[in-house]
Design a protein around this ligand. Structure first.
Ligand code: SF4
Length: 109
């Protein structure tokens, strides 16, 4: 390998590294968003449908307590302030913090 090809390889390495470092955060954000979307319980899930689960509690017909939300439910274990979190009824899946279903039980204060 002569001096010119060594310089070209080094330039190519530096260029690819710079592109990789620039693109990495976007790829990570894209992948994590895709993963969280895949982990959400869809309203069309058979059990979710049977329980009348809605990602937007305001759209749940059977909800009589207008303050009831997944985030205030005993079965919800998401962190306060986050948009979604795990529900004990839907093992391994996430529900919307502002969602609701007929299995809602008020979380003790
Ligand atoms: S059981 Fe509670 S946390 Fe789970 S979907 Fe129903 S209302 Fe939301």
């Amino acid at each position: 390998m002569n001096q010119n090809s060594s310089d070209l390889s080094r330039r190519r390495f530096i260029k690819l590294t710079a592109i990789g470092l620039t693109a990495a955060p976007f790829a990570n954000a894209l992948l994590s968003e895709t993963a969280s979307a895949a982990d959400m319980v869809p309203e069309t899930d058979p059990m979710a449908a049977a329980l009348g689960y809605k990602e937007d509690a305001a759209k749940a017909d059977k909800r009589t307590d207008k303050t009831a939300l997944c985030s205030s439910c005993l079965h919800y274990t998401g962190k306060p302030g986050e948009a979604n979190g795990p529900c004990a009824l839907f093992q391994g899946k996430l529900v919307a913090a502002n969602g609701w279903c007929t299995a809602w039980v008020k979380k003790a204060a």
